[in-house]
Design a binder for this molecule. Structure first.
Ligand code: MG
Length: 313
């Protein structure tokens, strides 16, 4: 199978046809949650059932264990200070790796009840933390600790670090999973992997318009893309608003208008991805039990903003 498959000619302006897809590491059990840590020149990702975090050193190419045990981490994001924000299935919390090297709890309850098992997270430019909370980490002991849901539902939440307030912003999805904002942060995209629990459930990424104040979504949202191969899990958005998403058949790229532009074929179901490297043009991909990388002609939304912020500091 070819490495690249185009369904729309715009695809060829986003990938580099001569760039090889590299398998950087294999040996995990179910890998997820890659995050690029610029100050460490490293990618950190989760191997959820093994309860460990792994690290790829971009300079030496070495892969090592970053932390074990770790609380069955899943998704990660960076905040404006470059700190890792984590979703913990085992800890049933959103945590953050402080400058002192300790994980601090950011949020672990909603209305007094424990979260299910936060899955994926994004930090908005105003510092608010948006995360999904499906049940995968409490469904069994495989990816966390089996338990009943205290909340009894799977929501998307917004946490305001200044006020400490946590709000349920999307309550209409079955198993909200990956999430990301459009470059102008006026649309929130969320995948729903409810088909793991409900036969025939739509395998979709949904698009939600944001309210004018950027603190909530307006309306019920609309289907943005539908997967005909397995599921959409984690995804990222580039500076032009294209969605680079995991899927059962590789990495799919959708234009902001919903057109499927093409696919980068990766063996094994892809769980998530992130942009990294000095120019942020290297796509790191977690798929089943392996980490892959490929150079592309795109950079992540928000990178210019974080660069400007760092320059002003
Ligand atoms: Mg996920």
């Amino acid at each position: 199978m070819a490495d690249y498959e185009a369904f729309d000619d715009r695809f060829w302006s986003l990938v580099i046809g001569s760039a090889a897809i590299e398998q950087l590491w294999s040996g995990g059990r179910w890998v997820e949650g890659p995050v690029y840590v610029p100050a460490a020149k490293a990618v950190v990702w989760s191997d959820i059932p093994e309860d460990r975090l792994m690290r790829y050193d971009e300079t030496s190419g070495a892969v090592s264990v970053f932390e074990h045990p770790c609380g069955y981490h899943n998704g990660h994001a960076l905040d404006a200070f470059g700190r890792i924000v984590a979703c913990e299935h085992g800890g049933r919390r959103i945590s953050r790796l402080g400058f002192d090297g300790r994980w601090q709890t950011i949020v672990d309850r909603f209305e007094g009840k424990r979260l299910n098992s936060p899955n994926d997270v994004v930090v908005k430019s105003d510092g608010s933390i948006w995360f999904s909370d499906p049940s995968y980490g409490i469904d069994s002991d495989y990816e966390g600790h089996a338990a009943e849901s205290e909340i009894g539902a799977c929501h998307v939440y917004r946490h305001d670090p200044e006020s400490g307030e946590t709000t349920a912003v999307i309550t209409s999805l079955s198993r909200p999973n990956g999430l990301a904002f459009s470059p102008d942060e006026r649309i929130l995209y969320v995948s729903d992997t409810g088909a793991t629990h409900v036969s025939g459930h739509p395998r979709a990424i949904h698009a939600f318009d944001m309210t004018a104040d950027g603190r909530a979504v307006a309306g019920a949202g609309r289907p943005f893309a539908t997967a005909d191969a397995d599921l959409f899990d984690g995804f990222r958005v580039d500076t032009a608003g294209n969605i680079w998403t995991s899927c059962g058949d590789g990495v799919r790229i959708y234009a902001a208008d919903g057109t499927l532009l093409g696919r980068i074929n990766i063996p094994g179901p892809v769980s998530n991805l992130c942009f990294g490297g000095a120019k942020r043009n290297r796509l790191y991909i977690t798929a089943k039990w392996s980490l892959y990388a490929v150079y592309v002609h795109a950079t992540p939304a928000g990178w210019a903003r974080s660069s400007a912020w760092q320059g002003a500091a």
